[in-house]
Design a protein around this ligand. Structure first.
Ligand SMILES: [Zn+2]
Length: 84
């Protein structure tokens, strides 16, 4: 699932694998665009796996997806499963 924007700088990620794990990032001091980029980095640091769906996207939209966190996300537990 794509990231859910709760507030302009408050971002939640929900796992596409188990649909129960979630994480949130709040960047109150950041402008919304930077808050989202920071959230993507923070979730990755926690071990979340981001699948931007590059098989279906052009290079440009793939790049946008990497930056904005669209596409699928998997929690650290699901990311360790071999099918990913
Ligand atoms: Zn999961």
């Amino acid at each position: 699932m794509p990231l859910v924007i709760l507030e302009a700088t408050h971002v939640r990620v929900v796992c596409d694998g188990c649909r129960s794990a979630s994480a949130e990032s709040c960047g109150k001091r950041d402008v919304p665009t930077l808050a989202r980029i920071a959230a993507v980095k923070r979730f990755r640091d926690f071990g979340w796996h981001h699948d931007p769906g590059r098989r279906h996207l052009s290079a440009r939209s793939e790049n946008d997806s990497e930056i904005h966190g669209t596409g699928r996300w998997y929690c650290p537990t699901c990311a360790r499963k071999s099918h990913l």
